[in-house]
Design a binder for this molecule. Structure first.
Ligand SMILES: [Zn+2]
Ligand SMILES: [Zn+2]
Length: 241
C-alpha cells in the first residue's frame, strides 16, 4: 500500500508551526506525495489565523513542485452540538475541511457520551469532510457509534501520524486507533491519513500510520488517500466539496 495524499498539515500561519506553503509543498513532493492538504487551525485556537486568512485562498496556486495542493482548515469542534468556528460562507470556499476536538477550544472532556455527540453532530455538517485525530484518550469516544456515523454521513475518519509518534501529547492513541480501525474494517468505513505536520520535514510522513494499518491488516480499498481521485470521488459522493 502506498499513501499518496496527506490530508492534514499546517504552515507557520497556524501560529505554532514553522514552515511556509512553498516549503511544505517541496517536502511533500520529496516525500512522494501526489497531493497535500494545508489545513490551518481555525480562529478559536490561540494565536492562529483569523477569519480573513481563510477568505483569500483563491489566489494560491493549486500545484507546486508537481503535486496538487488543497487549501482548507482544521476546524475546532466547540460543543456537543458540533458547532465549529468558521461560518458556512467560508467553509464553502475550502478545498477540504477537517473538524477536531482540541482542549483549548472544546474545554474539558464531556465524557464518552458528550464527546461522541460532539463528533456525530459535526459529521452531519456537509462541509466537514474529515474528523481529525479522534484518538485522544483525554477525550474518550464510543468508537462503534463514531464509525457507524462516519459511514452514514460519508465523513472520513483520520489516522493521524503525529498522534502515534513518541512525542505525542495525545493519550492512548495507538490503542484507540487500532480499535477504530478494527471497526472500520468490520463495517467497511473509509479512513484518510494525515501527517499533521507542523514543519516541512514531517510532511507526508506516515511510518506510524503504516504500522497501525498493517497491525490490523487494514484493507487498502478503505484507505481513501492512496490516490487523489479516490479521495475526491469519495467526498464528492457524500459531501459538498
Ligand atoms: Zn488537531
Ligand atoms: Zn492539526
Amino acid at each position: 500500500m502506498k499513501i499518496k495524499v496527506d490530508t492534514h498539515s499546517h504552515t507557520f500561519a497556524s501560529g505554532h508551526a514553522y514552515s511556509t506553503i512553498r516549503e511544505m509543498a517541496r517536502a511533500g513532493a520529496d516525500a512522494g506525495l501526489l497531493a497535500l492538504a494545508i489545513t490551518e487551525h481555525a480562529p478559536t485556537m490561540p494565536e492562529t489565523c483569523g477569519r480573513f486568512y481563510f477568505s483569500n485562498f483563491s489566489i494560491i496556486p493549486r500545484e507546486m513542485y508537481g503535486i496538487k495542493l488543497m487549501f482548507g482548515v482544521e476546524l475546532n469542534i466547540l460543543d456537543e452540538e458540533g458547532n465549529v468556528d468558521l461560518p458556512e460562507h467560508l467553509l464553502k470556499q475550502m478545498d477540504i475541511a477537517i473538524a477536531s476536538i482540541h482542549g483549548p477550544c472544546f474545554g474539558k472532556s464531556r465524557g464518552i457520551e458528550g464527546n461522541t455527540r460532539a463528533y456525530l453532530n459535526a459529521m452531519k455538517n456537509p462541509y466537514i469532510h474529515i474528523i481529525g485525530h479522534p484518538d485522544d484518550g483525554r477525550f474518550p469516544v464510543d468508537y462503534e457509534t463514531l464509525v457507524k456515523a462516519a459511514k452514514e454521513t460519508g465523513t472520513l475518519l483520520e489516522v493521524n501520524n503525529s498522534s502515534l509518534s513518541s512525542g505525542s501529547f495525545r493519550e492512548n492513541a495507538k490503542e484507540n486507533i487500532l480499535e477504530m480501525l478494527k471497526l472500520c474494517k468490520k463495517y467497511g468505513v473509509y479512513i484518510t491519513t494525515g501527517s499533521d505536520a507542523h514543519i516541512d520535514v514531517e510532511t507526508g510522513g506516515f511510518s506510524h500510520v503504516y504500522e497501525a494499518l498493517s497491525d490490523c491488516g487494514f484493507p487498502e480499498e478503505l484507505v481513501a488517500s492512496t490516490s487523489y481521485e479516490k479521495l475526491m470521488n469519495y467526498l464528492k459522493l457524500h459531501k459538498i466539496i
